[in-house]
Design a protein around this ligand. Structure first.
Ligand SMILES: [Fe+2]
Length: 222
């Protein structure tokens, strides 16, 4: 005789008590737009054009292919346009760091000493900035002095001269869903400043046209 099998006893159905989702390890980006910056921008463009003729082009030591890349001592210059931008960048970096630290689980850092340095980049038609990070800083950013009026040279989703940010979660690319967003595209405007954590990979798409794209990039460490 087969061993007798006990009948299945009914069990109490588990009752869901909690199902919460939360964002974890978010990446903060800040976009600022300034007005009344024409005079400063004219001065900054003039300084950059002069530097491109009078100083060494460091583009080939960077993520840039083509274009002019100044050295990183730009914020040490004493022209009023540089001093004004340096103040703007300092305020923006402090604002960003405060929000970044709150977002990343920490509060304000007392006695924070921020070290900043900046450089300028002039790009022309066909120049690109390959995907990269800024490993020796915590916060990075860029201020746009001149951008080409047309956005040609890119694609519908990534207009020419855009800055592209890649999803910084490396494992998130492992098996993406069909509609997963893995890039954020920002199309710069004159007077715009974009700040981001220095680990956030970014690149610049090439563009077409005779106009130059001039920006001042910066790093901050603390
Ligand atoms: Fe960069």
């Amino acid at each position: 005789m087969p061993a007798s099998v006990s009948p299945t006893l009914p069990i109490a159905a588990p009752k869901l008590n909690i199902a919460e989702t939360e964002k974890q390890f978010s990446t903060l980006q800040m976009t600022r737009e300034y007005e009344n910056c024409q005079q400063m921008n004219r001065g900054l463009a003039g300084i950059m054009k002069r530097l491109s003729k009078e100083t060494i082009n460091t583009a080939d030591q960077t993520s840039n292919t083509g274009g002019f890349h100044s050295d990183t001592s730009l914020f040490q210059r004493d022209e009023p346009e540089i001093a004004t931008l340096r103040t703007m960048v300092g305020e923006a970096v402090e604002d960003f760091i405060t929000k970044f630290n709150l977002e990343n689980g920490g509060g304000p850092l007392p006695d924070m000493k921020i070290r900043m340095w900046g450089w300028g980049v002039i790009m022309h038609e066909g120049d690109i900035n390959r995907q990269h990070v800024h490993p020796d800083a915590k916060v990075s950013g860029v201020y746009y002095v001149r951008v080409p009026a047309t956005r040609s040279g890119g694609t519908r989703d990534q207009p020419g001269g855009s800055i592209i940010f890649a999803d910084p979660r490396p494992r998130a690319h492992m098996n993406p869903t069909r509609n997963q967003i893995s890039e954020i595209v920002i199309t710069p405007k004159v007077g715009m400043m974009v700040l981001f954590p220095s680990y956030y990979e970014h690149s610049v798409t090439p563009f077409k046209g005779s106009e130059a794209r001039i920006c001042i990039a910066f790093n901050a460490d603390y």
